[in-house]
Design a protein around this ligand. Sequence first.
Ligand code: SF4
Length: 519
Amino acid sequence: MSTEPKIAQSEPGMLHPELLAEEDRDAIYRGGKRLDHAEGSSKPLRPSPEKQPRGAKIRGNRPVDQAEAAARFIAAPEHEKMHDERLWDLRQKRDQEMEHIPEWEELRSLASAIKEHTLTHLDEYLEQFEVNARANGVHVHWARDAAEHNQIVHGILRDHGAKSLIKSKSMLTEECGFRHYMSSVGIEVIETDLGERIQQLDHEDPSHVVVPAVHKLRTDVADVFAKTIGTDPNNSDVHYLAEAQREATRPLILAADAGMTGCNFAVAETGSVVVCTNEGNADLSANVPKLHIASIGIEKTIPRLEHLAVFVRLLSRSALGSPITQYTSHFRGPRKGGEMHMVLVDNGRSARLGLEEFWTSLKCIRCGACMNTCPVYRRSGGLSYGATYSGPIGLIIDPTFNARKYSNLPFASTLNGSCTNVCPVKINIHEQIYAWRRELVKRHEVPLAKKAAMKAAGELLSRPVAYRAAIAAADVALAHLPRFVIYNGLNAWGKGREVPNPPKQTFHSWHRANRGEKS
Ligand code: SF4
């Protein structure tokens, strides 16, 4: 008989209370805490659930208004609370895993060094990768940009008369607008990752690099599946929903003409690609159809197989707080009687490699740890960024694609440095965010009002006498002005919170009075 204690709700690191069942004999426990595998037995949500907030409005090349979309997400309290708690739970699990590895910091330094070495010798390792992949019987293609990637894949499919393609999760294909392109040429793409499939059926982009539908409540998923695959709209049990999706998708997988995977690591010495998943869906995509296409960002290269161990130990622990992904699959060549193609994609990476302040962003292994820890991301949802990459890593990658369109993003950060602290490959994320702010000002991509406000703040902060006079005047004003004057449209701080009560005495005046310091 289990001696594990029943758990109280709202313990730190626990599931959102709505997911907890009162009586659950099948629940899995670790260290006295229930794991989220048991969500299937959880209580149904209330009958009229909160509507899911949608992402940022995209208007051509105009700057994405992340703050506006974030405000809508925050205005949906069930979503915001669940999202915040769910991601913080991942962050806490990451910390627990990290504490079990005494050499964690050495691993991070090693991973960073391997990546930096590879990136500074990228031409050599890519050539080595190509030679070895060809020797394994793989067709290797090079794509300069997203359009070329899509055309190459389309050409391969056309040559094989393929009309349907199953694919596993790949941020690179999101970057390339791949699904959209394939639909324009009449090829059906079926996502095999559950979260990605949910997003595909809901016509949304992934909101997180690891957990694409993490911003959705179970009731949102029930709603999507009811409309697309005919499930019961009132049943939001996750086992029921997952099983229904499995039943609906399996026949499509078995009948698909071609399969596609992304790539977590491309090993130069073996010419093989490594894909890490928790659902085994990459293996389905690669092995069920006879034609396998792997899309590879050129920065995914690592020199040798032995280096993989460093990254595999870091990846899943950083991403989900689990020791390893369920599947770490190596694809070296075509299956018997089949054909394998690899498409090596640049799409701006070479140019980023030449950016002195930003090239180390190419070290990213897409673990999502920086997103899970970011207070802005956790409370605003990934779709509020209106870009392929969201959260802290998105703030430094997205402007390299389009500085105007993503000019607001580097300002969606508190610069607290938590992202840098958790990054398994030691990218100085918060420093790069700050560097992007300076860069955008230089490029005149910051609104005039913001520039003027920053200039005025800079002037004030650099003159101690003026600064103290302004603080004293503000304290008097806050103490005496009527509320409607303080909480007006210009007071962004006061939109969601109370302005702090002014202190009776500032620290500076106290110090001068009590310690006799001359100002
Ligand atoms: S920047 Fe670092 S923490 Fe963020 S996704 Fe990339 S590897 Fe992970």
